[in-house]
Design a protein around this ligand. Structure first.
Ligand code: GLY
Length: 405
């Protein structure tokens, strides 16, 4: 209860752009808008009743796509409601955050893909951070146990995807694919190690981060999307893409996952090589000639039709959130530049170009995201993880302001 009270007080002190305020900051307006939009989203979810309808994106017919518990995106909407509570200090959001989190409880036992870090970390992880509920901590540890079953010791990595006989992945020649996105699952492993006292989770996370550091990155600082390993010899078999425009291209969200993932890995270990990786990949992104002036990347930095290619607001939101955290690391003079860069991303995302009018866009906050151009799936749509990382970035921005930065 003490924790809840603290959240309410700090939120009110910094993000006070409610109607009647003389000066409305972009951050305050962004929270105000997010609240309006998400209240409508919650209202819709509630009206649909049981079973839980988990908003994920928009379908071609304009209807909201709801995902099931096994979808890699199942933790983002519950997590976004936790962030909404944290940003507004309004405890009426807590029962909804709890209900949606608990509705995906089975995610902690999922062992057939690697995304339990996203799924359980964003939902139960945030719930535990904000309430101290020990059952949520237990879910985080159980999810880490599930993820650990995918560790392949000879390669030193957590396998991302299964390769089923007759599948498209098998047709691509893959045996043990690891995607850069997998760096995002390590935060859960570090947290589970702290919660349980079991260093196995920590060691697996470090092993994965080390091997990824060695294999996924190019001399220019960008990363491959997919590295396919031989799980017996541990050798690399292929350097490929799944969602980028070419094996050699820089898929934007992949770069974002790398910057974010290595920032977290540095925070958790203090290993300077991880910090330099996050900095180096961000340098690639910010110096890239195809980075647009508003700093919301095209879906791939090498997309052939730039400037007539879709943007990916989800990549921008992930980069902004990562940069706010990176600014708190020992990066010297760059700290303020990282905050300024993240601010300018966030101001773009908070503008009418990317933020949807209230009640539109399936009641998602942001628009103009891409799931997969090569697969022709969800192009120029809202995505629940864009909203999640946008809210997380707003929360991190507020924390920096509270710390006087
Ligand atoms: N992790 C899947 C994606 O970023 O699309």
């Amino acid at each position: 209860m003490k924790k809840l009270l603290f959240v309410a007080v700090t939120s009110a002190a910094v993000f006070v752009a409610c109607s009647g305020d003389k000066v409305k900051t972009w951050e305050g307006l962004a929270v105000e808008n997010a609240r309006i939009q998400m209240e409508k989203q919650i209202e819709t979810v509630e009206s649909l009743g049981f079973p839980f309808h988990n908003p994920t994106s928009l379908q071609d017919d304009g209807n909201v796509l709801y995902c099931d518990v096994t979808d890699w995106r199942s933790g983002f909407f519950p997590g976004a409601v936790w962030y909404l509570y944290e940003l507004t200090g309004d405890s009426t959001f807590v029962p909804y955050a709890r209900k949606y989190t608990e509705a995906i409880s089975d995610a902690q036992y999922l062992r057939w893909h690697h995304d339990v870090g996203f799924m359980v970390g964003c939902s139960f992880g945030n719930g535990y951070r904000l309430t101290g509920d020990s059952t949520y901590a237990a879910a985080v540890v159980e999810a880490a146990r599930s993820l650990s079953t995918r560790f392949r010791p000879n390669a030193g990595i957590i396998q991302s995807w299964d390769v089923d006989p007759g599948s498209e992945r098998e047709a691509k020649g893959w045996a043990c694919p690891v995607i850069i996105d997998n760096m995002m699952n390590l935060e859960l492993m570090f947290e589970a190690s702290r919660l349980s006292g079991d260093s196995t989770f920590y060691n697996i996370a470090v092993s994965h981060a080390d091997r990824t550091l060695k294999e996924h990155f190019r001399p220019d600082g960008s990363c491959f999307h997919v590295i396919d390993y031989d799980s017996v010899s541990g050798d690399v078999r292929h350097r490929h893409t799944a969602q980028g425009c070419a094996h050699s291209s820089a898929w934007s969200r992949g770069q974002a996952w790398a910057i974010y993932g290595y920032t977290v890995a540095y925070r958790e270990t203090g290993n300077d090589a991880y910090l330099q990786r996050a900095v180096g990949t961000f340098d690639f992104v910010r110096n890239h000639p195809n980075m647009p002036a508003d700093k919301v990347p095209y879906w791939d930095f090498d997309a052939p039709g730039i400037p007539d290619e879709p943007r990916d607001a989800s990549a921008a939101a992930v980069i902004a959130s990562a940069l706010y955290e990176l600014s708190t690391c020992p990066v010297g003079d760059m700290s303020q530049e990282y905050v300024a860069y993240a601010d300018s991303i966030m101001q773009s995302l908070s503008s009418a170009e990317y933020t949807a009018p209230a009640g539109e866009n399936g009641c998602f906050i942001l628009r103009h995201c891409v799931t997969s151009m090569p697969a022709g799936v969800e192009i120029d749509v809202p995505l629940n993880y864009a909203d999640y990382y946008y809210l997380e970035a707003l929360k991190r921005r507020r924390d920096l302001a509270l710390a006087g930065r």
